[in-house]
Design a protein around this ligand. Sequence first.
Ligand code: PHE
Length: 357
Amino acid sequence: MDDLKQKYLSQIAEAADEAALESIRLAAVGKKGEVALKMRELGKMTAEERQVAGPVLNALKDEINSALSAKKVGLADAALDARLRDEWLDVTLPGRTRPQGSIHPISQVTEEVTAIFAEMGFSVAEGPRIDTDWYNFDALNIPGHHPARAEMDTFYMHRAEGDDRPPHVLRTHTSPVQIRSMEKRGAPLRIICPGGVYRADYDQTHTPMFHQVEGLAIDKDISMAHLKWVLEEFVKAYFEVDGVDLRFRASHFPFTEPSAEVDIRCSWEGGTLKVGEGDDWLEILGSGMVHPKVLAAGGIDPEQWQGFAFGMGIDRIAMLKYGVPDLRAFFDSDLRWLRHYGFSSLDQPTLHGGLSR
Ligand code: PHE
């Protein structure tokens, strides 16, 4: 008995961690441990022998058990001490700031444009970026053979072998949202549709994905004069100036008649662009009176209703206002660029509070 006791007490004293302690416990006082085996032998003893051996065995078991739990507490204390030593923390150090996010100029400009047109009673409509060629072309009076399809450098979606339905396209402009909005809401209608569009083109002023905002106003007495006034109000508010010269140039779009492209006066003197002065002109949008066939495709009676529409490049007007020289930088995700050109997430563009601060 004494040998047993000495053996286990010294093993317990030397146990390095809880796992070692647990295997000692099993070997000593576990169900199949050495003490349990000895207790089984009590059955073979005479009553007198048992009266002596029983209490001794029980005392041994108790002693080992209490040595085990004392050691357990000791090990836990030591582990805590070690952690406190290793995970030492100087709470007097100054805080470390995380890199700050910012609002991308395209999001900012989209918000600015939305705020300006909201003031004039336009609500925001959206449509899918992957659309059918009917919405992107046919409904906009661009039939299959029309050269505008080729000019737009359209991305066509893949169709499975043997499926000869016309393919879906990545929308080449936001104009299909005109048709979807007419179908959904009828006339009268006053909406803008901002969003991403796609064309296979890539250089300093073209990226395969870019952003437009479509405008559409349909009512009983809409004329080109309304279009001109709305655009002038927009340009003044957007560039935050009292006056900006606009130039309406006769143009052609299949979905408007008549059509006009609109340029703003600017100067490139010294290599930097200034809006509102100088002798240069910069095209910012296409526009016109909605073609009767387009109204009809959207389910609106062209005998009763007329409308104007325009489509403007968001990235382009962002470059102009915030002096971004290369369109491709918008989509490079370069943190240094984003930090320089980004906006604070807490400044919401509003007309009363200021569009850009
Ligand atoms: N959808 C034309 C484009 O992408 C722009 C436009 C829209 C022109 C509406 C007239 C009317 O070039």
